[in-house]
Design a protein around this ligand. Sequence first.
Ligand code: SF4
Ligand code: SF4
Ligand code: SF4
Length: 260
Amino acid sequence: MKKPTICITSLTCCEGCQIAILDLGERFLGLAGKIKIGDFAFLEERPESETFDIAFVEGAPITEKNKERLLDLRKRSKVLVALGACACLGGIAEIKDYQDKNERVRYVYKNIESIENPDIIPLRDLVKVDLEIPGCPINKEEFLDIVKKLIMVVSQGLLMEQMPKPAQRPVCYDCQLKRNVCLLQEGLLCLGPMMLGGCGAPCPSSGYPCDGCRGPLKNVNPDNLNRQLIKQGYSQQEIDMILQRFGVLEEIYPMPPSAT
Ligand code: SF4
Ligand code: SF4
Ligand code: SF4
């Protein structure tokens, strides 16, 4: 069986999703016999392979260099996987798009003349993405499971359509399995009912409401949850501010691109 050549790389981000992969330790190294590492700069510095069977890309394509890298990776990779909220949704950097983004940039840089300040977009707005692994950071167990399935798909020459799809279940499903007390019923602003589960609900399990780092369920209708939260005393603005945190607001209510 042919060993797939893998690339794991970053665009603009905190690189926390790659750290989650490294955190798998020996279990990730255990895959080494089944794959060929074509590029994983975190693990070793060496010239990258010319082509990849699977490219995992974390981060958002913010700078022109990021965009060129992403387009080039797409041309050179059979399967391209978006890793984490930055790559799947735009992520935390997208907060500035919901406000005056030039003013936000001035908080960080004194001289903004040479600063690229485009709208923040997920990978799929620029290239074809075959699979998205959500989360901020990704769930390392989910990553490992998906990598094993992808290796099987690629090395057996199957089509990506034959890749098992993650279940469209809300975070509440994971939360109920943990027998957590429901924070929404306790009056907190928890977005779990409309967010994609599979994370194991670590936030509600620790007493924090779900902010939706894994993005919304497919074709979700936010009206019921909005109505319930407004009845509980929250304003739409408060709800939207949480939805802005990982770039989820634009997934639910698409916005026109703003001027740079
Ligand atoms: S998704 Fe979160 S952990 Fe992953 S790179 Fe982006 S900010 Fe970092
Ligand atoms: S705490 Fe949040 S995620 Fe958990 S069941 Fe309640 S609404 Fe759902
Ligand atoms: S509970 Fe919500 S915020 Fe926490 S990891 Fe899961 S999806 Fe992300």
